[in-house]
Design a protein around this ligand. Structure first.
Ligand code: NAD
Length: 250
C-alpha cells in the first residue's frame, strides 16, 4: 500500500524510548526508512536502523548522521527529540546541571541539525520537527532549568524556520503535556506515593489523563509529512488542553 512518507528517509534522536520510539515506528509504518540515533539503540526493533550517538558529542552526531545518509542515500526528515529533565527552582540546580541539560536539550538540536543540513538542503521534502514541551510556555513550578531549555527550543524552532524557509526546509515543534513514557514512569517510581502522583499529573491536564507517546508521534508525523507543506514555524500542542483550557475542577 502506498503511504504519504514512501521514499522518504528520517532520523529520530532519542528514538530508542518513549516519544522517539513511537515516532520512529510511526514514520516507518507510513513508508519512511528510519534511523534512530540514541545513547543506547540496542533494543530498537527492525526495520528501524539503530545508531549509537550522543547528541552532546559533535563527532558522534556527525558520524551517525553520515552513516544514515550513506545507508539511505539522503535525509528528508529530522526529528530532534533527545532530551533530559531536571527538577527544581533556580536555587536548586548547580551550574554544571544547567550546562548538562542545555547541552542535551538545546545544543543537541543545534549539532544534529548542523550535521543533517547538507542533506536536508538537497531534499525536496525537507522537514525538521523538534520535541519541545508545554514547559516552554506554561510557567510550571519546580522546573526552572527544564523550562528554560524548552523555551530555547521554541525560540530556536522559530529562528530555524525563518533561516531555512527559502531553502525549502520546514521547521516546526510539538509541545507535549505530560506523556506516558518511561521517563514519566521513572518519575512516578521515585515518588513517595506513585498512584497519588500519577493522579495529580492526570488531574493537571483538562482531559484528565496522560498523553500517549503515540499521540505525540501522530503530531510529529503530520508536521513531517507533505500534508503540512505550508506549515513552518509553528508549535503544535499535544497537551490534553493544558495550554489553552482551564484545569477541570477537582
Ligand atoms: P525517554 O527518557 O523515554 O526517552 C528519551 C530518549 O533520549 C532515551 O532513549 C535516551 O537514551 C535518549 N537520550 C537522552 N540523552 C541523549 C543524548 N545525549 N544523546 C542521544 N540520545 C539521548 O523520554 P520521553 O518522555 O520520550 O521524552 C522525549 C522528549 O520529549 C524529550 O525531549 C522530552 O523533553 C520531551 N517531552 C517529554 C514529555 C513527557 O511527559 N514524557 C513532555 C514534554 C516533552
Amino acid at each position: 500500500m502506498k503511504t504519504d512518507l514512501d521514499g522518504l528517509t528520517a532520523l529520530v534522536t532519542g528514538g530508542a524510548s518513549g516519544i522517539g520510539l513511537a515516532t520512529a515506528r510511526l514514520l516507518s509504518t507510513r513508508g519512511a526508512r528510519v534511523a534512530v540515533l540514541d545513547l543506547d539503540p540496542g533494543a530498537v526493533p527492525a526495520p528501524l536502523l539503530g545508531l549509537t550517538a550522543d547528541v552532546t558529542d559533535d563527532h558522534s552526531v556527525r558520524s551517525a548522521v553520515e552513516r544514515a545518509a550513506g545507508e539511505f542515500g539522503g535525509i528528508d526528515i529530522l526529528v530532534n527529540n533527545a532530551g533530559i529533565g531536571a527538577a527544581g527552582t533556580v536555587a536548586d540546580n548547580p551550574d554544571e546541571q544547567w550546562h548538562r541539560v542545555l547541552d542535551v536539550n538545546v545544543l543537541g538540536i543545534v549539532r544534529t541539525t548542523r550535521a543533517a543540513l547538507p542533506h536536508l538542503r538537497v531534499s525536496d521534502r525537507a522537514s525538521v520537527v523538534n520535541t519541545c514541551s508545554i514547559a516552554a510556555t506554561a510557567g510550571l513550578p519546580q522546573r526552572a532549568l527544564y523550562s528554560a531549555s524548552k523555551g530555547a527550543v521554541l525560540s530556536l524552532t522559530l529562528a530555524m524556520a525563518a533561516d531555512h524557509v527559502r531553502e525549502g526546509i520546514r521547521v516546526n515543534c510539538v509541545n507535549p503535556g505530560t506523556v506516558d513514557t518511561p521517563w514519566v514512569g521513572r518519575l512516578l517510581d521515585a515518588a513517595d506515593d506513585p498512584a497519588a502522583e500519577r493522579a495529580a499529573l492526570c488531574g493537571r491536564q483538562p482531559t484528565g489523563r496522560l498523553v500517549t507517546a503515540e499521540e505525540v508521534a501522530e503530531a510529529i508525523g503530520y508536521l513531517a509529512s507533505p500534508a503540512a507543506d505550508s506549515t513552518t514555524g509553528t508549535a503544535l500542542a499535544v497537551d490534553g488542553g493544558m495550554a489553552g483550557l482551564r484545569p477541570r475542577p477537582q
